[in-house]
Ligand binder design. Structure first.
Ligand SMILES: NC(=O)c1ccc[n+]([C@@H]2O[C@H](COP(=O)([O-])OP(=O)(O)OC[C@H]3O[C@@H](n4cnc5c(N)ncnc54)[C@H](OP(=O)(O)O)[C@@H]3O)[C@@H](O)[C@H]2O)c1
Length: 292
């Protein structure tokens, strides 16, 4: 049995909140009384999500923000807008992400999966971190950064010699690498934030019926997703662990953990390799610096 703290008076920002797990997370946080910043990349879908969050009984309010996460300049502009709008930020949920069967490249020539799933939340977090730190003393529990990873990380390894998958691309390999990166990022982030009043968690939401991989699932994976849809969790069920990470008092003092089924779980051995976490951090800093 898990409990979540009420969040009235608090502000949470949820990326990828236009559908699936992100929208369900935004709705659930609003249900706890938080004001929710809804981040999307499409104006209409974002406006619809804002309306859905506002309609939640007890909602603390909702605001829409737009950014395409494949472009670090848009991530920077998003952070500036959020900082201007919110003098207080209690929770950041890095949820936006996806799977692409074929290799795509961003406007900066970076491999798409790595850019959207890892570099964008890495950059957004670094730009909002100070506001989360400043907001922490106003809370009875630490401010929180929640990054939605996946159990798919277990098949992943960080290919430091070929991070952009130029020597060969496979959708699942790129996805697993990016989700392993989410967990390593969270571990290093928690270490760096130690004593700051801000905690960081990574989350596996389960296998959830959403728009996941809708842009470019590939034939085989598309078939698997369609065939398995009935067995998957609903988006509301898929949001439980993110909401738990954002608000449960049970997690106080346990920063850096990987969570699944609303409890602490053990990630793969590679996801616990702190040397790789520090190296990934440094490489990521260099990669996002180019967009400054
Ligand atoms: N579904 C699962 O079984 C599962 C399992 C493990 C982990 N996850 C993780 O859960 C998270 C949410 O996925 P989901 O299953 O809810 O999928 P989803 O329904 O496709 O939602 C993904 C969200 O990310 C946004 N997004 C995608 N590309 C973007 C970009 N370039 N810029 C800005 N936003 C972008 C989407 O916006 P649009 O509405 O504009 O497309 C959408 O809001 C992901 O990080 C995923 O890796 C999912």
């Amino acid at each position: 049995m898990t409990s979540n703290l009420p969040m009235s008076g608090q502000t949470a920002l949820v990326t990828g909140a236009t559908g699936g797990i992100g929208l369900a997370t935004a709705v659930a946080l609003a249900g706890l009384g938080a004001r929710v910043g809804v981040v999307g990349r499409d104006e209409k879908r974002t406006a619809a999500a804002v309306q859905a969050v506002l309609a939640v009984p007890g909602s603390g309010g909702a605001d829409g923000f737009l950014a395409d996460f494949s472009d670090p300049r848009e991530v920077r502009a998003l952070a500036a807008e959020v900082l201007a709008a919110y003098s207080r930020l209690d929770v950041l949920v890095n949820n936006a992400g996806g799977y692409w069967s074929d290799r795509h490249v961003s406007a900066d020539g970076l491999e798409w999966t790595f850019a959207v799933n890892h570099l964008a939340p890495f950059l957004l977090t670094s730009l909002l971190e100070e506001r989360l730190r400043e907001s922490a003393p106003a809370r009875s529990a630490p401010a929180r950064i929640v990054t939605v990873a996946s159990d798919a990380h277990r098949a992943g390894r960080i290919e430091f010699d070929d991070l952009q998958a130029e020597r060969g691309y496979a959708g699942m390999r790129a996805y697993a690498q990016s989700k392993l990166a989410n967990i390593l990022f969270t571990r290093e982030l928690a270490r760096r934030l130690s004593g700051s009043g801000v905690a960081a968690y990574s989350v596996h939401p389960g296998t959830v019926r959403t728009g996941f991989a809708r842009e470019d699932a590939g034939r085989l994976f598309g078939l698997v997703l369609r065939a398995g849809a009935l067995l998957m969790k609903s988006p509301e069920q898929g949001a439980h662990t993110s909401v738990y990470a954002a608000s449960s008092p049970e997690l106080v003092g346990r920063t850096g953990e990987y969570l699944a089924k609303s409890r602490v779980a053990k990630p793969s051995a590679r996801a616990q390799y702190d040397v790789a976490a520090a190296r990934l951090w440094s490489v990521s800093e260099d990669l996002v610096a180019g967009s400054a």
